[in-house]
Design a protein around this ligand. Structure first.
Ligand code: UTP
Length: 298
């Protein structure tokens, strides 16, 4: 098994019901944070970590994602004629020339585990990354996946991004029990999907970045459906734990849960404040808005 991570899976087959009606015909992953769709941030993070093969697991109504990463001849021609060099650059640089995009259709939205399993033939016998675009991570000086690739290269075992969440929110996440909760990268003992706060083994929550060994793809074949009829990646990771070490990795950076309305709005404000031209206009109102969003339940 090669240790180099060159392939990343982007499960984009979910229905995105929390954003209806916006997501009736537009994929959730195409919702923009300031001026870029969520999926582009995730792709940029993957490419910065050395990934050269992007595997999108798509569903119905997801053509906009393939169009976004394709060349737009007419638009480029128009911008050239109008000498809009800067805007031309923003669309030409969406994806570097050495990077390939592969699209696989998930015929039914049967859960995240099912979506990841759809990549089996393309991934083959290599470790690979999984990125959920609705977790938008501002990795400070180093993108989150690049931090995880370093941890994987040191250890050679699966690495899963985790962060501390409020104890009363454990029922929204996969929660891990670890060897040493104080350590940045530590072995996972157990993983539980959405435990009630009273039953949670810790407040370390799994977020949408994984580096997994290919064994997970075999385990997903025999992973049963949960009570909601979905095949959960968490259940396959739990099975993987009985065979191989799996590490929980506390990344440096800030995660925005863009699958929730409050998290999405907050990401827009925080990313807008990083744009020199918007910061001036927004800075007075932004603190009040962020404070209000902190108290907002989705
Ligand atoms: P979510 O649990 O956020 O579901 O999926 P969702 O359908 O996208 O959104 P809501 O809850 O209805 O608003 C987590 C991730 O798993 C992907 C989603 O695209 C998202 O990135 N996913 C989920 C799939 O690719 N296929 C599935 O069958 C389910």
């Amino acid at each position: 098994m090669s240790k180099k991570i060159t392939k990343a899976v982007f499960p984009v087959g979910g229905l995105g019901t929390r954003f209806l009606p916006a997501t009736k015909s537009i994929p959730k992953e195409m919702l923009p944070v300031v001026d870029k769709p969520l999926i582009q941030y995730a792709v940029e993070e993957a490419v910065a970590a050395g990934i050269d093969t992007l595997i999108f697991i798509t569903g119905r109504n997801k053509q906009a994602i393939a169009n976004h990463f394709d060349k737009a001849y007419e638009l480029e021609h128009e911008l050239e004629l109008k000498q809009k060099e800067e805007r031309l650059r923003t669309i030409r640089e969406i994806i570097p020339a050495h990077v390939d995009c592969i699209y696989i259709r998930q015929s039914e939205a049967l859960g995240l585990g099912h979506a990841v399993h759809c990549a089996k033939k393309v991934v083959g016998n290599e470790p690979f990354a999984v990125l959920l675009a609705d977790d938008l991570i501002d990795g400070n000086s180093q993108p989150c996946l690049a931090q995880m690739v370093e941890a994987f290269e040191e250890r050679g075992n699966s690495v899963i991004a985790v962060e501390e969440v409020d104890h009363d929110k454990t029922d929204q996440y996969g929660i891990v029990e670890v060897d040493d909760a104080a350590s940045k990268c530590t072995a996972i003992q157990a993983i539980v999907e959405k435990p009630k706060p009273a039953d949670a083994p810790s407040n370390l929550a799994v977020v949408g970045r994984y580096i997994l060994t290919p064994r997970i793809l075999q385990l997903l074949e025999t992973t049963g459906k949960d009570a909601g009829g979905e095949i959960q990646l968490t259940d396959a990771i739990s099975a993987l734990l009985s065979e191989q070490p799996v590490n929980a990795f506390k990344f440096n950076g800030v995660r925005h849960d863009c699958g929730s309305k409050a998290g999405f709005l907050r990401a827009n404000i925080e990313f807008a404040l990083q744009h020199a031209d918007l910061e001036e206009q927004l800075k007075e109102s932004s603190d009040k808005i962020c404070e209000a969003l902190d108290h907002q339940k989705d």
